[in-house]
Design a protein. Structure first.
Length: 278
């Protein structure tokens, strides 16, 4: 968690700011992966992500990184809801964090500061901006609720400006690490298009599929698959959950509508089910 220390009479975010000032060789954290791409989007296999994550070099295994990924996604979901941001904006922030930690080690950065900055950046890029001060107040309160309740009289007087500075610096770190590529395509538009085409936009099937997409954000699926493939997996799981057969006569054109394949669908579905321990 974001530690606040005092050094030479002023609060100092030691662990975060030292790394942010370039005193850590972040170049060593660049993964050496073979990837597939289409347009501006680059995708990696799950094996590449698990094996080549820069966090491995710092002793963080796959299980631990999965926990860390889930924790910053939970943080972002709560922060976004408290700031009354739409789900696609929150989703974009999660994907930006996934991309960042594909290139940088979890051991080198405070994930909650990075997540806050990712949401601030996402809100601007998705044209749903909120005041920076709102991000500072809500994020800090979430990270330091116990400290504020029990030791508010010990808090540095300039904690607000200091935390704001950390968020703005993290925003620049994000942009640099991602080469200013912050565009994110989501499965939501594919779900809406396909379900609308087949007259199912108001059906329970659509809402369950939407939930599966949201849950899938906590995984590395967005680093592996195109959004239409993830949408297909979510729709398939929703149909299975509701005991519906989308492949039966009268169902909508499954493969044609989502432009996926059985092999890709199986891979997406299997990884989504892992989120529920299945």
């Amino acid at each position: 968690m974001y530690p606040l220390h005092k050094e030479q009479g002023r609060p100092h975010c030691l662990r975060f700011l030292i790394k942010g000032l370039g005193l850590v060789d972040v170049g060593r954290n660049q993964p050496n992966m073979v990837s597939s791409s289409e347009g501006a989007e680059v995708f990696f296999s799950r094996e590449e992500i698990d094996r080549c994550s820069p966090s491995r070099r710092d002793g963080i295994d796959v299980q631990k990184e999965t926990f860390l990924r889930n924790s910053y996604c939970s943080f972002l979901q709560t922060l976004g809801m408290r700031l009354q941001l739409p789900q696609p904006t929150i989703a974009t922030a999660m994907v930006l964090c996934h991309r960042f930690f594909l290139r940088r080690s979890h051991a080198a950065y405070d994930r909650f500061v990075i997540a806050t900055s990712a949401l601030f950046l996402s809100a601007k890029s998705e044209e749903t901006p909120r005041p920076l001060n709102s991000f500072v107040l809500v994020s800090y309160e979430m990270c330091h609720r116990q400290d504020l309740a029990n030791f508010h009289y010990n808090m540095p007087k300039d904690w607000f400006e200091h935390y704001k500075e950390c968020i703005l610096e993290a925003e620049q770190l994000l942009l640099t690490a991602l080469d200013f590529e912050i565009s994110v395509q989501h499965p939501y538009s594919h779900l809406i298009a396909v379900f609308s085409k087949n007259g199912l936009l108001q059906a329970n099937l659509f809402h369950v599929a939407w939930k599966f997409v949201n849950d899938g954000l906590r995984s590395s699926l967005w680093l592996q698959f195109r959004p239409n493939h993830i949408a297909a997996g979510a729709a398939f799981l929703a149909a299975r959950t509701l005991n519906m057969d989308l492949l039966a006569s009268g169902g909508f054109g499954w493969w044609q509508d989502f432009q996926t394949t059985p092999a890709i669908l199986d891979n997406v579905v299997r990884q989504m089910l892992e989120l529920y321990g299945s």
